[in-house]
Ligand binder design. Structure first.
Ligand SMILES: [Zn+2]
Ligand SMILES: [Zn+2]
Length: 112
């Protein structure tokens, strides 16, 4: 069995679980170990944290355009990491919150 795809591409342009369920997110985080893209803790479903809890992969990088910081859930602190495979973020024309068409008008009342 292959090891985690450390140099692998991100799982997609949006949160993996939200995209499957028709949900929406505020910002996106990319797992530095396997490329899973999940939604941030401000988002209704907090799938990036759920991925950390389920997989034991503690480090994510922001998947927002222009942001390159890493966060370590285990240490609850910013950290450093190697450059991951492209793309470095979701498409710049993809809105945040997103995805287009799925965000309710009262989205601010649903965030954490
Ligand atoms: Zn999500
Ligand atoms: Zn992962």
């Amino acid at each position: 069995m292959a090891d985690a795809t450390i140099d692998g591409a991100p799982s997609g342009a949006g949160c993996l679980e939200c995209s499957a369920a028709g949900g929406w997110w505020v910002h996106l985080r990319r797992c530095a170990a396997c490329g899973h893209v999940g939604c941030c803790d401000s988002s209704p479903s907090q799938h990036a944290t759920a991925h950390y809890r389920g997989s034991g992969h503690p480090v994510v990088q922001s998947f927002e355009p222009g942001e390159d910081w890493f966060w370590d859930y285990g240490a609850d602190a910013f950290t450093n990491g190697a450059r991951l495979a492209d793309p470095q973020s979701h498409p710049v024309d993809q809105p945040a919150p997103g995805p287009a068409g799925a965000v309710p008008a009262d989205w601010r009342e649903h965030i954490h």
